[in-house]
Design a binder for this molecule. Structure first.
Ligand code: AMP
Ligand code: ZN
Ligand code: FE
Ligand code: FE
Length: 280
């Protein structure tokens, strides 16, 4: 079984790289893509562990980008280790921009009368501190009654606590991934806030390579729609559960939600071939 979309505790998952590899072995996943948000830290730690466990690890990342002002996730796969120094440098830059945003976000929330510190937000996880962590703290401290309200009242782009951060445009994300020898895939298209079929010509112009037709948020009709778009535009197909561990208890590695995921293994061959070709 293959699964090309998973998270470790280096972004917002709950499993360590070692636990994730164990999960893969238990679930019968023999090809695993680790796609942490804006970091390779989990992937790097997992390399020797996967080798020892007989799991083939696919180098991946999930970038937060902006597309016409909206937040859209972009997956990068098979980045070439010797060619990706520049890409890693750029990813570190993005982490820096997030940290800078978090400092200003804490200042803004304190201005609004909320007792919150950067230290407590950063203590929530190892890598990447994001707005979801701030939301949890606001809920726990009773400033809001739930996660949704934390965004509505403070953290959403339209809310009074929002502070801007430098985020790459979707097109830049594609270009960076491809310059690193990788393959760029539109993550969970069902979550794109917009008309995906209408966006496709533009995304293809920018060099998008693939679309994540198989995802635990997709029903059969959605998967068919995205497979159809891939066929129509000559794109490759990727798929994964988007496993996050106990924070998303309904999503299992390899099989998704109640077995709704069934990723054909032959899509890997095409991805590998393309990655090889783009390196020549
Ligand atoms: P960040 O990258 O730190 O700016 O946080 C972005 C993450 O916050 C997204 O990936 C979502 O998980 C979450 N998020 C953003 N806006 C909302 C919203 N309005 N409601 C709930 N979650 C949101
Ligand atoms: Zn995530
Ligand atoms: Fe995502
Ligand atoms: Fe994800």
């Amino acid at each position: 079984m293959i699964d090309l979309h998973s998270h470790t505790h280096e972004s917002d998952g709950t499993c360590s790289p070692a636990q994730l590899i164990d999960e893969a072995v238990c679930a019968g996943v023999n090809v695993l893509g680790i796609t942490d948000h804006d970091t390779f830290a989990g992937y790097d730690v997992a390399i020797p562990l996967a080798r020892a466990a007989g799991v083939e690890l696919v180098c991946g990342i999930e970038l937060s980008t902006k597309l016409h002002g909206r937040s859209v996730h972009l997956l990068g796969y098979f980045l070439e280790q010797d060619r990706m120094a520049e890409f890693r440098e750029w990813v570190r830059d993005m982490q820096e921009s997030r940290r800078d945003r978090n400092i200003r976000l804490v200042a803004r929330l304190r201005e609004l009368g909320l007792e919150i510190t950067l230290e407590e937000a950063e203590a929530r996880q190892r890598g990447m501190t994001g707005r979801p962590h701030f939301a949890q703290i606001l809920v726990e401290k009773g400033y809001v009654s739930n996660y949704r309200q934390a965004f509505d009242d403070y953290l959403d782009e339209s809310a009074r606590g929002y502070v801007w951060r430098r985020e790459p445009q979707f097109a830049e994300g594609i270009e960076r991934i491809r310059n690193g020898g990788g393959i760029a895939s539109l993550a969970h298209p069902v979550r794109v806030n917009g008309d995906v079929p209408a966006l496709m010509p533009e995304l293809c112009d920018w060099g998008l390579n693939a679309i994540e037709a198989y995802h635990s948020d997709h029903g059969p009709a959605e998967t068919d729609t995205y497979l159809g778009l891939a066929r129509h535009y000559g794109l490759m197909v990727t798929g994964g559960s988007d496993f996050h561990g106990v924070v998303k208890p309904g999503v299992l590695l390899g099989t998704g939600c109640a077995g709704n995921l069934n990723i054909p293994e032959d899509l890997l061959e095409r991805l590998r071939e393309q990655a090889q070709m783009s390196r020549r």
